[in-house]
Design a protein around this ligand. Structure first.
Ligand code: SP5
Ligand code: ZN
Length: 344
């Protein structure tokens, strides 16, 4: 299988996230990708290559122009005000939500306006990495269009929490959504996105919520008790033309092992088959692992091989887009277990 990766993505390294009441070293770090690359090289059945060059235009396919402009200028505006000692991070959010509000001129106001949490800080070189991650996903989509059966875009920072004009959950630009849109624009009439990150793909859901040409299915920790807290429930089925093209399969914290996960995966695959997808994008989060430090499912490496095998039974051109997964020591081997299970 072809893997698309570039070291440019190392340019995004955030110092802290605000978690459980204290500044914590950021779980989403460059070493995550190193561990995956390491396992990929050990496996031997992959070829790793650099992404092709794309401009920033594809960001506008799923994000608003003002949001993209904000991402580009945020660091210089922040540095002009506060210097370069700390990463640019929001502290104040839109309130009141339901009355009119406007986009403020000051960088601190803008950071809050375009964020839904405090875990997506911006550094001097973040935008280069964010752009490179999108290029990895787009290159993967092009491989499928050119006849490749499958590809793995080893993206970071991840993307599935990024909505049209919101960053959060370590995500800025929605790599999987842009890859799906690229597939749509290149002749794949129906594209399914299956999000198996532990956390609900709120950003991807919001991007495609009113569309019937891109099906979004997500298996994740029950948002009544878990991040992203306000979205990801099973009664969110899509709106307008998109009604019936959004499927959330929340599962309980703590006790979700294969006995609960397997049936949810079967439901997801059945939905994708019934949709009649021409291509499949997998938001491949590995934070469903039993030893993940911030998540609460109990999947193990054998389960990952089985997930990969079952995804293969759909027999669709499939792009894997890397999302979360924070048990760094096992992250590479778990990721390769899914891909290896798929290739068998
Ligand atoms: C891409 C991705 O996986 N983003 C996830 C961001 C989740 N951030 C908030 C996690 C909150 C976890 N709270 C439990 C703390 C355990 N000590
Ligand atoms: Zn996650």
């Amino acid at each position: 299988m072809k893997v698309i990766y570039t070291d440019k993505q190392r340019l995004h390294r955030v110092k802290y996230e605000f978690l459980s009441g204290e500044p914590t070293p950021c779980f989403e770090k460059p070493e995550r990708a190193d561990m995956v690359l390491n396992a990929i090289h050990q496996h031997g059945g992959f070829t790793v290559s650099e992404p092709a060059v794309f401009g920033i235009e594809p960001m506008h396919w799923v994000h608003t122009p003002d949001y993209v402009a904000f991402l580009q200028s945020a660091w210089s505006e922040w540095e002009a005000r506060y210097g370069d000692e700390h990463d640019a991070s929001p502290y104040c959010f839109v309130s009141p939500r339901h009355l009119r509000h406007r986009i403020p001129k000051d960088i601190e106001g803008k950071l809050g306006y375009y964020s839904f949490d405090m875990t997506a800080a911006i550094t001097k070189t973040s935008f280069e990495a964010i752009h490179a991650a999108m290029e990895c996903a787009l290159t993967g989509a092009d491989l499928l269009v050119n006849g490749e059966k499958a590809a793995f875009a080893l993206c970071r920072p991840p993307g599935h929490h990024a909505a049209p004009d919101l960053m959060g959950g370590y995500c800025y630009i929605n790599n999987a959504a842009i890859a799906a849109e690229s597939l749509r624009r290149q002749g794949k009439d129906k594209v399914a996105i299956l999000d198996i990150d532990y956390h609900h793909g709120n950003g991807t859901q919001s991007i495609f919520y009113e569309r019937d040409d891109v099906l979004f299915v997500s298996i994740h920790g029950d948002p009544d008790y878990d991040y992203p807290h306000y979205i990801g429930f099973d009664d969110e089925i899509g709106e307008g033309k998109g009604e019936g093209f959004n499927l959330n399969l929340p599962l309980p914290q703590g006790k979700t092992d294969w006995s609960l996960y397997g049936p949810a995966l079967a439901t997801a695959l059945e939905k994708i088959r019934a949709f009649g997808a021409d291509a499949l994008v997998i938001s491949l989060g590995m934070d469903t692992y039993e030893h993940d430090p911030i998540s609460f499912f109990k999947l193990n490496r054998t389960d990952y091989a089985e997930i990969g095998r079952q995804l293969g039974t759909l027999d669709l051109p499939t792009l894997f887009v890397f999302e979360g997964g924070y048990a760094v020591d096992d992250l590479g081997y778990n990721t390769v277990a899914v891909l290896d299970g798929f290739m068998r």
